[in-house]
Design a protein. Sequence first.
Length: 177
Amino acid sequence: MSASLSAIATRPPFEEVYGEFLPRITGFLRAKLGNPGDAEDVAATVFARAFQAYPRFELRGNTPAAWLFRIARNAALDHCRRTVRRQRAENAISEIRLQSSDDPIRLAERRHEYRVLRCAIARLPQRQREVLALRLKDGLSFTAVGDRLGCSEDAAKMLYHRGVRSLRPLLNDWIAA
């Protein structure tokens, strides 16, 4: 019997791994993120990723602890990056709106429009959201966007235009309402 077959044979069922490590991973994420709600959300992501990868996982030690904590660390970093980007964008837009309008009614309308736009963008696939953010918020060229996302310039253009095209009906539905 090869080493990989013996590792697969001794690998515990995922349900046992989940039951044993959920409290430890959640505690680790609480310490990393500082927010219990975020920690639970990210822990769910960690175990979803682990469940998907578990058939390929090879048990090298007594437990899959190092593997799970590596997934948790990466998921926490991803969460922090998304949170920082979102906060930066929200702050920048809030500053622009406050500077451009002293009328409280117009300010409330703009905030509502911004929320509608954010909700529409949130419904797009992740890659399209990333391309829109890099193009519109960061002002990057399609070449730079492609480099950042690990795809070609043409693929970045395609993702951008699909995202814009997907936003139109979502926003038209809001305008018609």
